[in-house]
Design a protein around this ligand. Structure first.
Ligand SMILES: Nc1ncnc2c1ncn2[C@@H]1O[C@H](COP(=O)(O)OP(=O)(O)OP(=O)(O)O)[C@@H](O)[C@H]1O
Length: 229
């Protein structure tokens, strides 16, 4: 389980996170929801140790963050970070060389699943195709947890559907997924737990199915209550 407890983050005298606490369990898809600038990416970066936090703690499977733990977590940032002149085949080779946890068979499966071409260059990919390849670079790692920053941002309906299919496939099964979004869209029926951020804090965190059965509300209904209040 990823346990984020009371984390705080200050950027240039501005408090962005004011004591954020939530958990993301293995085998579940947890979605961090918040308007632009709410601090979603900052939380993912803090979990990945890419930005220091000003207070609070983060534990993965009850252990505090340290470099070895990152073999357990794959991070899919909101854009592809590979050089534009690299071919997809070269980027895959780079990942295989760099990560002990790289799973070539799964990468091949995903290349087919997303209908990607090994000989294409990173710089020539459309936004949606780049998003699929970015996801492949995360899913290609045999990690227990997968963190994804806005995997659907700016992507057309068909590419979004292809990416959404990954969430219901055995490519995800058993892993803990933590993703961010500012619009829930077709993610609504895929996620297990929603964590709504507001004013640097968690305003609501709930199991989506329980919310539907017990209060008859969808994630969007709760978002309306929180963000329109
Ligand atoms: N390196 C930085 N230096 C200064 N301020 C920053 C830095 N990174 C982020 N911020 C600020 O922190 C706040 C939270 O940013 P963050 O990117 O975490 O939000 P977000 O919820 O992911 O937003 P979006 O939905 O637009 O991606 C924003 O106001 C942003 O301007």
């Amino acid at each position: 389980m990823i346990e984020v407890k009371d984390i705080r983050k200050r950027y240039r005298r501005r408090d962005v996170l004011n004591g954020v606490s939530f958990t993301a369990a293995k085998g579940e898809i947890t979605c961090l929801i918040g308007v632009n600038g709410a601090g979603k990416s900052t939380i993912l970066k803090a979990i990945m140790g890419l930005t220091p936090i000003s207070g609070g703690s983060i534990h993965i499977d009850e252990q505090s963050l340290r470099p070895q733990l990152y073999e357990k977590i794959a991070f899919v940032p909101d854009h592809l970070t590979m050089p534009s002149g690299m071919k997809l085949s070269e980027a895959i080779k780079f990942m295989a060389d760099f990560y002990d946890s790289w799973n070539n068979a799964r990468a091949r499966e995903l290349m087919q699943f997303f209908r990607l071409n090994y000989s294409d260059k990173i710089g020539s990919l459309s936004k949606g195709t780049a998003a699929k390849f970015n996801l492949l670079l995360g899913l290609g790692q045999d990690s227990d947890y997968l963190l994804m920053d806005e995997p659907f941002s700016g992507i057309d309906l068909f590419s979004r559907e292809a990416i959404a299919n990954v969430f219901t496939s055995d490519l995800i099964e058993g892993r803990g997924v933590l993703l961010t979004t500012h619009e829930i869209g077709e993610l609504e029926h895929l996620i297990d737990k929603a964590v709504l951020l507001q004013d640097g804090k968690v305003s609501r965190a709930f199991n989506c199915e329980e919310m539907r059965y017990e209060e008859g509300k969808s994630v969007i209904d709760v978002m309306r209550e929180v963000y329109r209040a």
